[in-house]
Ligand binder design. Structure first.
Ligand SMILES: [Cu+2]
Length: 249
């Protein structure tokens, strides 16, 4: 009976020690992947856990990147900042073949505005600018290079100028006589245009540091064990032979 008990307690001790080791590694693994579990990690040590951590990190980063490219608002590059009647709203006219923009609408200290100042249309849609007859002579001309040009400024009510967009992008335009007052507008066309992606970058930044921390911890621990083992082996081999030789010298 006594010997049996000894065997049992010895086995129990070994199991406890193994359990503690498993638990220790398991805790490290649990920080990275909750589903990883201590059972697998205990046998395979740090390497599988580290790989798991890397996989988790990649997954964490991807959605953030996708979000940045996906649905950000159009980036006008500050072009509409000085436009008095632009409050950040881009009128969504997608799905419409034709969209009207008033020329000489109220804004910018008189009738010196386009309304709406920013509109989003499908590729292939036609924008028709319609003169209100207010605010003197106006025209519609692309800012810098671009396809829009209604010609000389005119004041007559009922004047129209239209353009059918067949290219995705952001098309900024001005009224030449009143540009300095803020009489500017923009047409966003299709789906391929510069976007202000503020949220995407932040999400990616938050996701990245998590992985290297836990992966590093396991990596460093594994490296340390290897270095110590190699170092001890080296010391044993070296001092085994060299000691006698140096004694003779
Ligand atoms: Cu004008």
């Amino acid at each position: 009976m006594a010997s049996r008990n000894t065997t049992v307690s010895r086995r129990a001790f070994v199991l406890t020690a193994a359990g503690a080791a498993t638990a220790a590694t398991g805790t490290a693994a649990a920080q990275e992947s909750p589903t990883g579990g201590g059972t697998e990690t205990g046998t395979a040590e740090g390497t599988p856990a580290g790989t798991d951590g890397g996989a988790t990190g990649t997954e964490g980063g991807s959605p953030a990147d996708g979000g940045g490219g996906g649905g950000g608002p159009p980036d006008f590059g500050g072009f509409l900042d000085s436009v008095g009647n632009f409050d950040g709203t881009v009128v969504d006219a997608q799905g419409q073949d034709q969209v009207s923009v008033a020329v000489g609408a109220q804004g910018n200290g008189g009738n010196f505005a386009f309304d709406p100042p920013a509109v989003h249309v499908d590729n292939g849609a036609t924008v028709v600018w319609e003169w209100t007859g207010q605010g003197g002579g106006h025209n519609v001309v692309s800012d810098g290079e671009g396809p829009l040009d209604s010609g000389e400024a005119v004041a007559d009510q009922g004047t129209t100028y239209e353009y059918t967009f067949d290219e995705d992008g952001i098309f900024n335009y001005i009224c030449e006589p009143h540009e300095s007052l803020g009489m500017k507008g923009s047409v966003v066309v299709g789906t391929d245009y510069p976007t202000a992606s503020a949220g995407g970058g932040g999400g990616g930044g938050g996701g990245v540091p998590q992985v290297p921390n836990s992966a590093k911890t396991l990596g460093i621990a594994t490296s340390l064990v290897m270095v110590v083992t190699l170092g001890l082996t080296y010391v044993f081999m070296r001092y085994g032979g060299d000691y006698e030789l140096s004694e003779k010298d």
